[in-house]
Design a protein around this ligand. Structure first.
Ligand SMILES: [Zn+2]
Length: 301
């Protein structure tokens, strides 16, 4: 009874202050009377990195990928998002994108891939990549955003996309960005409204975090985001200069004519190695990216 009473008290507090219910598939925290903050919390995001990696490498078609999807879906539904799975088959392997949405109005999409590469071909190709930064960091930002976003955020419908089959390119004849390509090419078929913008977060958790302009991103949207980052005090981490040109999950949306930006820190020494583990990811780094997206989506600092 005591636990139930405390939980009800807490939920009543949350309903008043925040759109996101407390329930979460993370290892259950003790009941507390303090509501979770409404702003994006790097420490909470980091817990998703740890739990996603706890399933092992989320290789497309694997049981770990299935477990990761179950966790993502449960977290989104607990935070009040509508969730739809997009199963498809690629080279005989079952892959599944997850698409979630909330709010009404101009549609924007924030995406991340949740799969991890099945061969760590930068050091030991016999092992799969755990993908703490390359995979789980983006998922973590999206899931904490799902909790922290206040709705309605500036009359927008926000889509959160979790792409499968991004990261096995050039292995056994596989392409890169398979899941996002599927989603972009099928966009609208289930009644989705046209997208006004797409932002991808990939490899965003490195402790030594630096984001440069990316060569395939929409220049105006990119400049606006980097300028907002500077306003938030993140100017040392968001450098308005070009450095990399990436083949990443934003490209299928660019091809559809949608302004899209890839927020990626590609200067990560553990990329596609067996060392891409949660200890290389920093809660503060996740928080900078999450806060930037939160402020951009909500339209107010
Ligand atoms: Zn990768």
């Amino acid at each position: 009874m005591r636990t139930i009473f405390l939980l009800l008290t807490l939920l009543a507090g949350l309903v008043a202050s925040c759109a996101a219910p407390l329930s979460s598939p993370l290892s259950s925290p003790p009941p507390t009377a303090t509501p979770l903050p409404r702003t994006f919390q790097g420490a909470l995001a980091y817990r998703w990195v740890v739990s996603q990696c706890g399933y092992g490498p989320r290789v497309t078609g694997s049981e770990a990928a299935q477990q990761a999807r179950a966790e993502i879906t449960a977290a989104l539904e607990a935070a009040g998002w509508t969730v739809r799975r997009q199963p498809f088959t690629y080279k005989g392997v079952e892959a599944v994108n997850i698409l979630a949405w909330k709010g009404d109005g101009e549609a924007v999409l924030i995406g991340a891939h949740y799969d991890s590469r099945r061969a760590a071909d930068q050091d030991d190709p016999s092992q799969a990549v755990l993908g703490a930064d390359d995979g789980a960091s983006g998922v973590a930002v999206l899931l904490e955003l799902a909790r922290a976003l206040d709705f309605p955020p500036a009359d927008r419908r926000v889509y959160l996309a979790f792409f499968d089959a991004e990261d096995d390119g050039e292995l056994d004849g596989w392409d890169w960005i398979v899941g996002s390509t599927w989603m972009a090419e099928h966009w609208g078929e289930a009644g989705e409204p046209p997208l006004q913008a797409m932002i991808l977060v990939d490899m965003v958790g490195d402790e030594d975090q630096t984001f440069y302009y990316e060569g395939n991103s929409d220049p105006a949207l990119q400049a606006a985001l980097w300028s907002l980052a500077a306003e938030l005090g993140y100017g040392d981490h968001f450098i308005p200069q070009y450095r990399w040109r990436m083949l990443d999950d934003h490209i299928p949306f660019v091809r559809q004519g949608i302004p899209a930006v890839d927020i990626i820190d590609f200067d990560y020494p553990y990329w596609h190695t067996t060392h891409d583990s949660p200890d290389k990811v920093s809660p503060q780094s996740l928080e900078r990216v999450g806060r930037l997206l939160e402020v951009w989506l909500e339209g107010t600092p």
